[in-house]
Write a protein that binds this ligand. Structure first.
Ligand code: PDD
Length: 280
């Protein structure tokens, strides 16, 4: 029996009810976060809430977040997920109101929903690594906002799944920006590169941590576009996300990458050490 959070209450999933007029359902008019807990402890929770606040501000939805910061840990506990890894999904929409594109009346309450589930990381994400494809980026021009409307991501991810791949890297104007649910990195002559923050990528919490680790440990890194035509010269490719952590790319569009990937493996180790320290 799953316990979820809905609008201030912890209740059984079967008892959770959302109006069919909810703007999240009708317009995709809402934002979300996915947080990971290790042994019951949410990792980098502040960064996730900071991004949620940023997403809410960008869609002009005012929600007081302080009472929500305990929700992830409580959901993990209520659902007996404290022994291993868990993911917590938290979604905020502009609430339920009769359909009209403009914002609903100011007294309309936001809908806030969260639930947690066990994450069993697939060992194949690390060895041999991910199989990925390239796909055209058909998303809108505000990919910096973590909006719930994910149809373009879903279609690209499905395209990957149908080719036996675990992720699709999205290409816009010749630039490989990010994955459907992860940020993208390439290593050229020992230097780690990833797309700069812009309206075309999500500012990943794990991406920020990877850059932080590079700077702290003297690994050369740069935020700059990675062009499609450069990929063949890259020594290593990897993605980062809350679910994947740092995961090497083993195959790209059918081409197998070199087995030696010292930079990716070092970053995987450093990430693991950070998690162990912060979620002790
Ligand atoms: N995805 N880019 C996109 C488009 C994403 O959806 C995500 C996260 C990331 C990585 O961000 P972070 O390191 O903060 O998880 C990059 C979440 C996990 C999801 O949709 O499930």
């Amino acid at each position: 029996m799953t316990t979820v959070y809905l609008n201030g209450q912890f209740l059984r999933l079967e008892q959770a009810r959302i109006s069919p007029l909810d703007r999240g359902f009708n317009y995709g008019d809402g934002v979300y976060e996915v947080v990971r807990a290790y042994r019951g402890r949410p990792f980098r929770l502040e960064a996730h809430f900071a991004r949620l606040a940023d997403s809410l501000a960008k869609i002009r939805l005012g929600v007081y977040l302080s009472p929500l910061t305990d929700v992830p840990a409580r959901l993990v506990e209520e659902n007996g997920l404290g022994g291993g890894d868990a993911l917590i999904y938290l979604q905020v929409t502009r609430g339920a109101a009769p359909r009209q594109h403009a914002f609903p009346p100011p007294d309309t309450k936001a809908t806030i929903f969260a639930y947690a589930w066990e994450l069993t990381p697939n060992p194949a994400w690390s060895a041999p690594g991910l199989t990925v494809i390239l796909a055209p980026d058909e998303r809108w021009a505000r990919c910096d906002i973590k909006v719930v409307s994910l149809v373009a991501n879903v279609l690209a991810h499905q395209r990957a799944a149908e080719r036996g791949a675990q992720e699709a890297l999205l290409v816009r104007d010749g630039v490989v920006l990010e994955g459907t649910l992860s940020n993208f990195f390439a290593v050229f002559e020992g230097e780690v590169r990833t797309a700069s923050l812009s309206n075309y990528i999500l500012p990943g919490v794990t991406r920020a941590l990877v850059l932080e680790l590079c700077r702290e440990h003297g690994i050369p890194c740069r935020e700059t576009p990675i062009f499609h035509h450069e990929l063949a010269q890259a020594e290593e490719l990897f993605v980062s996300s809350t679910s994947f952590g740092v995961a090497p790319i083993h195959q790209l569009d059918g081409r197998t990458l070199p087995e030696a990937r010292p930079v990716t493996e070092r970053l995987q180790r450093l990430l693991g050490e950070t998690i162990a320290r912060e979620c002790a």
